[in-house]
Unconditional design. Structure first.
Ligand SMILES: [Zn+2]
Length: 237
């Protein structure tokens, strides 16, 4: 090993070494002057290359695919149907997930103390019922699937099938049931101010580009199960 290193030293021509050492100050000076420019040029080149890679069609396709990874259909996320044993009636025709029953009823009572009368319009809906709503009821209105999906989820894609969604109206303004005008009622104003205390959140606000604004539709996020169900939606994917 030592011998090899010695030999390598002899490989370097002495004349060249002498030449370099003689002209060192001048060359070094030149190198020192141009090196910042070379660095700058290299940085610009590297930055542009990275940008080109990011903008390449393949990368765009991949990020698009990532965004679509949540399996949305016409803007709606897929939801499983709640097992029957987790459903409870809160009114003769309204069933909800057992986890949200107490919170929902407490919210109604608290609202009453403030002179606000909430009325529950729709809770759990089976995928079969959602199927009827989406394909029968909306087709009577002569709407195409995209138009229907703005106001109603396709079967298997409704928050109502999880048991964690509730449609709420104002008992003193029934003409606003399922209407955008519900947002002008005292009930809605009260909900906006207080619903979070009871772990309820408006699902479809005005910023949603696929689904129409639904001021009456609230979902429960007060249990781990509920949070898991709405995780994708909350991540904004
Ligand atoms: Zn709803």
């Amino acid at each position: 090993m030592e011998q090899n290193e010695d030999l390598n030293q002899f490989d370097i021509p002495i004349a060249k070494r002498t030449y370099l050492s003689n002209s060192n100050p001048l060359i070094l000076k030149k190198i020192l002057i141009i090196s910042p420019f070379l660095c700058l040029l290299f940085t610009i080149f590297a930055f542009r290359s990275i940008r080109n890679i990011e903008q390449s069609p393949l990368i765009s396709f991949n990020s698009q695919a990532k965004r679509n990874h949540d399996h949305r259909i016409l803007g709606h996320l897929p939801y499983n149907e709640i097992p029957k044993e987790k459903l409870v009636f809160i009114e003769p025709y309204i069933e909800v997930h057992i986890d949200m029953r107490d919170s929902l009823l407490n919210m109604k009572e608290e609202a009453k103390k403030d002179g606000i009368y909430l009325v529950f319009l729709s809770g759990y809906r089976s995928i079969n019922l959602q199927n009827d709503i989406f394909y029968s009821l909306k087709s009577i209105r002569n709407q195409e699937a995209t138009e229907r999906a703005r106001v109603s989820a396709p079967p298997g894609y409704s928050e109502h099938s999880t048991g964690f969604a509730i449609d709420i109206g104002d008992a003193t303004k029934r003409e606003t049931d399922f209407e955008k005008e519900f947002e002008n009622t005292d009930a809605f104003k009260w909900l906006i101010k207080n619903a979070a205390k009871f772990h309820f959140k408006l699902s479809f606000n005005k910023n949603n580009k696929f689904i129409d604004y639904e001021p009456w539709h609230w979902r429960y996020e007060g249990s781990i199960e509920a949070l898991k169900v709405f995780e994708t939606s909350n991540r904004g994917l």
